[in-house]
Design a protein around this ligand. Structure first.
Ligand code: FAD
Length: 313
């Protein structure tokens, strides 16, 4: 790791500004650790990408994803958390204080909470990258509006696919959900809403194999996984919701993780490196919710506080 000469020493550095990061920062700030939060590229995390969140307790009428992110940030900052609009680019966890290289300078941190979350998976098929932003999207809240009165295809079978597909019906003339199985993983309430919606239809047992268009999406090639039959399906939009990969590449070789890249933690959010804690979607392949991520972030901060107190006293 190189140093850019602008090194700040902090008691606790939090990586990530999603539900995990700001919950951790809230608890750490109230414990007077003056935490610094590095936001990464997505302020508010994935939650800020969704139009509405109906399952975060305390909001009986739901809350906007971006609005909830702002509230998390405001509450943490109210107690003294500091937000830095920067990403961590490299870490050295071989000795304490830990060194973190970021866009806004280097940090020496007595303790670290990793809340770097996850990023959407790609289909990795021909045409996908070339037409991203030209009809292909991973964010309905960001791009749904561009598909007013247009035909849209949504790929996926989980909560995100159906929730975001339903959101796109506000704009699109039709939403076709393409799923590689004939059963959905999504919660029953979302399945019910999608099946009842007049604009939503389904193509099951089918995968998208090609994204077709000249500078702009025109169609997708579909393949029925049971019969092998291939068809061209015309569409203006392709929204892909097929899961996520944890943003943990930077920690490989330093923090223990599973085969999928989720950081291994114990019930106290401790990693294999003393003083480094991980929480939320970076360390959780099981639940992946705002409420569980926020809870894990809080637990990590409580444990980091105990860790630092034990050392000083
Ligand atoms: C479309 C969609 C809809 C969803 N709807 C719901 C819902 O209705 N209810 C629900 O409970 N959950 C929902 N979820 C899931 C929920 O958003 C996530 O479980 C939650 O946001 C995870 O929180 P997190 O803080 O662990 O990670 P994330 O939200 O992924 O945040 C990660 C943070 O880390 C930052 N980061 C990444 N790399 C770096 C780096 N190198 N340096 C510094 N920072 C970095 C990012 O900028 C981001 O701020 C939805 C997710 C999606 C994608």
């Amino acid at each position: 790791m190189s140093s850019n000469g602008n090194t700040k020493h902090v008691k606790l550095l939090v990586l990530g500004s999603g539900p995990t990061g700001y919950s951790a920062a809230l608890y750490a700030a109230r414990a007077e650790l003056q935490p610094v939060v590095l936001t990464g590229m997505q302020l508010g995390g994935q939650a800020a990408l969704t139009y509405t969140i109906e399952n975060y307790p305390g909001f009986p009428d739901g809350v906007g994803g971006a609005q909830l992110g702002e509230l998390f940030q405001k509450q943490a900052e109210h107690f003294g958390a500091v937000t830095e609009f920067a990403s961590a680019n490299a870490v050295d966890l071989s000795q304490r204080p830990f060194r973190v290289e970021s866009d806004s300078g280097d940090y020496l941190a007595d303790s670290l909470i990793v809340g770097t979350g996850a990023s959407p998976n790609h289909l990795d098929i021909p045409g996908e990258m070339e037409l991203t932003g030209r009809g292909v999207s991973y964010c309905a809240t960001c791009d749904g509006w561009f598909f007013k009165d247009k035909k849209v295809v949504v790929v996926g079978g989980g909560d995100s696919a159906l929730e975001e597909g339903l959101f796109i019906t506000r704009y699109a003339s039709s939403v076709t959900v393409i799923h590689r199985r004939n059963e959905f993983r999504a919660s029953p309430i979302l399945q019910h809403r999608a099946k009842e919606h007049p604009k939503v239809n389904f193509i099951l047992d089918t995968v998208v194999t090609d994204v077709i268009g000249n500078n702009k999406l025109e169609a997708v090639k579909l393949k029925n996984v049971k019969t092998g039959e291939e068809t061209i399906y015309e569409t203006d939009g392709l929204f892909i919701f097929i899961g996520h990969t944890p943003n943990t590449e930077m920690f490989k070789g330093q923090l223990d993780m599973n085969d999928l890249g989720y950081i291994n933690i114990n019930e106290k959010m401790e990693t294999n490196v003393r003083g480094v804690f991980a929480a939320g979607e970076a360390a959780d392949p099981h639940f992946r919710q705002v409420v569980t991520s926020a809870g894990m972030g809080a637990a990590a901060a409580i444990q980091a506080t105990r860790f630092l107190e034990a050392e000083s006293g």
